[in-house]
Design a protein around this ligand. Structure first.
Ligand code: SF4
Ligand code: SF4
Length: 165
C-alpha cells in the first residue's frame, strides 16, 4: 500500500478548507457586483466601434449617380494578399471600362484594408460590418449588389482615411 493511501484524511480540516473556499468565492462575487460592467447585452446592446475600425470591404453607392464608383480596374484584386476579389470588366464603346462582375469572398478576408487603399476612385471602402457568420460557404460570397447594400449603410462615413462620397 502507498503512503498517500495510508495517510488518514482529516475531515474537520477538509471541511474548514471547503468553507474557506466558498467564502472566498462569495467575496469575489460580492466585490464584482459593484464594479463597472465590462460585458454588454449583445445583440440588443452594441459597443461603439473605434474610429478606423475595419469590417468587410464594401462598395457604397454614390448618391450623385445612383451607382458605385467602381471602374473595373482590378487594382483591389491585385492588392488583396489572399486573392479573394474577382473583377470582370470589358471596354465599352466610349472606351470606358464596364464592370461585368465584382465578387469578394468574405470567408477568407483578413480585413487588412489593402484593397480600399489601392482603389483609385475610392469606390471600395472598409465598412464597419463584422457580423459575417453564414451557414454555407456560398453565402460568404458577396457580389456587387450585396457589397452595394453593405456600402449603402456607411455612405457619408470615412473609411481608411478616404471620404466615401
Ligand atoms: S481587406 Fe484585405 S483581405 Fe479583405 S478583401 Fe481587402 S485586401 Fe483582401
Ligand atoms: S473597387 Fe476600385 S480598385 Fe477595385 S476594380 Fe473597382 S475601381 Fe478598381
Amino acid at each position: 500500500m502507498t503512503d498517500s493511501v495510508k495517510q488518514k484524511i482529516s475531515y474537520p480540516k477538509e471541511a474548514w478548507r471547503f468553507a474557506k473556499s466558498v467564502v472566498k468565492g462569495h467575496v469575489v462575487t460580492f466585490k464584482n457586483l459593484f464594479r463597472k460592467k465590462s460585458t454588454l447585452q449583445y445583440p440588443e446592446v452594441r459597443w461603439e466601434l473605434p474610429e478606423g475600425y475595419r469590417g468587410l470591404p464594401a462598395l457604397p453607392i454614390d448618391p450623385k449617380t445612383g451607382a458605385d464608383k467602381c471602374i473595373g480596374c482590378g487594382a483591389c484584386a491585385r492588392a488583396c494578399p489572399v486573392q479573394i476579389i474577382e473583377v470582370k470588366a470589358h471596354m465599352g464603346e466610349d472606351k470606358k471600362r464596364v464592370v461585368d462582375e465584382f465578387s469578394l469572398f468574405a470567408g477568407r478576408c483578413i480585413f487588412c484594408g489593402l484593397c480600399a487603399e489601392a482603389c483609385p476612385t475610392h469606390a471600395l471602402v472598409m465598412s464597419k460590418e463584422y457580423e459575417l457568420a453564414e451557414f454555407t460557404r456560398e453565402e460568404a460570397a458577396y457580389n456587387r449588389e450585396r457589397l452595394n447594400r453593405l456600402g449603402g449603410t456607411i455612405a457619408g462615413q470615412q473609411d481608411s482615411g478616404k471620404e466615401v462620397s
